[in-house]
Design a protein around this ligand. Structure first.
Ligand SMILES: [Zn+2]
Length: 122
């Protein structure tokens, strides 16, 4: 459907056919979120989209692409997510990169590595 994004057939939904690189750091960015949305046009028709976010592991900038998708893709992705419109990659995948783990820790999320996940009490 989209010339720049491929349908993956899983709960992520879509992946780019191009490299997503931070414009500030020249680093590959990591996929961080995907949200299914229906955007209403002026004529009242709803367009299904997948809003996909990537984050830079170095400077933390986030960029989002709002990709128009087929209604069948929307329905399939939503069903695979158990009705959740939002998908986040498992935290174990985020924290494979130490820089992202450190950012998460600095933002008050769980500790850096999967084995270290501790809910902070302070
Ligand atoms: Zn960056």
């Amino acid at each position: 459907m989209h010339e720049k994004w491929d349908y993956t057939g899983d709960s992520v939904g879509h992946r780019p056919r191009f490299n997503i690189v931070c414009p500030y750091c020249n680093e590959p960015m990591a996929m961080r979120s995907s949200r299914l949305r229906r955007i209403m046009r002026k004529d009242g028709e709803f367009i299904p989209t997948n809003c996909i976010g990537y984050k830079c592991p170095t400077c933390a900038v986030v960029r989002r692409w709002n990709v128009a998708i087929r209604p069948s893709e929307f329905d399939s992705i939503l069903a695979q997510r158990g009705g959740n419109d939002v998908y986040y990659p498992p935290i174990e995948e985020w924290t494979e990169d130490d820089r992202i783990a450190q950012q998460l820790e600095a933002l008050g999320y769980f500790g850096g590595r999967r084995d270290d996940f501790v809910i902070r009490e302070d």
